[in-house]
Design a protein around this ligand. Structure first.
Ligand code: GUN
Length: 290
């Protein structure tokens, strides 16, 4: 292993959750009820089931109410939309999260468009996407916001830095680029069609990898001293027969020889997502109650 500092997202997320628990206690005192997060899971995707269980536990541990709605995979779009409408008008529910991906027969955009933007703690509704693009207050997707928190904790001001975001998804790549632009970075969005990707990445003071390709970004793509944020969570076979392990989109062994700082997988960006979700929920509670 090289000299890179390891960015401890797990510890940062624990700290953030402790601060959220204080805010949740204060909310309960003034509002006379707990802040509430509703999570909707359709179907039995194993990864989604794990996330939803963790979300529920951490919501309760922070002193908030968790409402879990687990629906069978064959749930109709109409029934799901009706549930979202009910949650929109339920005063005990401050935040609504519909776990993605949804089964193929359900139109995801239609479901997201039905969520009240002021309860859209995922920041996926076009109103919140537009608010972020315009610089208006709204909800920002949890994973990219968590990445920016880690970057600012590490680097202080990001102003003037060259940032390369690899990946252009609605959940991570695009909002990440918006947030870094708002922090006055010079932002490049790279993706599967980008020419000379290693060369593009080598220009970056900040690299954010969110492509879902195990260990794609190599150490010789990294500018010495750069800060590397690895959003990838890829399950791959491990050396041990019949076992698997989690790796990021960055080849940690070679990248940590060159980078100034790097997030590990697991224990880097991953734990930040739920912590930021809880942050968004307590913000929603205060806004909706006040
Ligand atoms: N699936 C993977 N990540 C997410 C997320 O942040 N929010 C939702 N709703 N679904 C996801």
């Amino acid at each position: 292993m090289g000299d890179a500092a390891i960015i401890d997202g797990k510890a940062f997320a624990e700290d953030l959750r402790a601060r959220i628990a204080d805010l949740a206690a204060r909310f309960e005192e003034t509002a006379g009820r707990k802040a509430g997060l509703a999570v909707v899971l359709v179907g039995e995707d194993p990864a989604s089931q794990v996330y939803v269980r963790n979300k529920g536990r951490q919501t309760v541990a922070c002193g908030m109410e968790s409402f879990e709605h687990k629906l069978p995979a064959e749930t109709s779009e109409a029934d799901l939309l009706a549930l979202v409408e009910r949650l929109n008008s339920d005063p005990a529910v401050d935040g609504i999260l519909v776990q993605l991906p949804l089964p193929a027969h359900i139109n995801e955009q239609k479901v997201i468009a039905t969520i009240n933007p002021d309860k859209d703690v995922d920041g996926f509704h076009v109103v919140n996407v537009g608010r972020l693009a315009t610089g208006l207050p709204g909800f920002v997707p949890c994973t990219p916001l968590g990445c920016v928190m880690l970057l600012k904790d590490r680097l202080g001001s990001l102003s003037g830095l060259d940032a390369v975001v690899i990946g252009r998804s609605n959940i991570v790549g695009k909002p990440m680029a918006q947030l870094l632009t708002a922090e006055s970075c010079t932002v490049t969005i790279a993706h599967s069609r980008t020419k000379n990707l290693p060369e593009v990445v080598r220009r970056a003071d900040i690299v954010v990898a969110a492509v879902g390709r195990p260990e794609m970004v190599k150490g010789d793509w990294i500018k010495p001293g750069a800060t590397v944020i690895d959003v990838g969570i890829n399950r791959v076979p491990s050396a041990e027969e019949g076992k698997s392990k989690l790796v990021g989109d960055v080849d940690f062994a070679s990248a940590s020889e060159v980078a100034g700082a790097i997030t590990p997988v697991p224990g880097g960006v991953g734990p930040m997502t739920i912590a930021v979700l809880l942050r968004n929920t307590i913000v929603a509670a205060h806004r909706n109650a006040g």
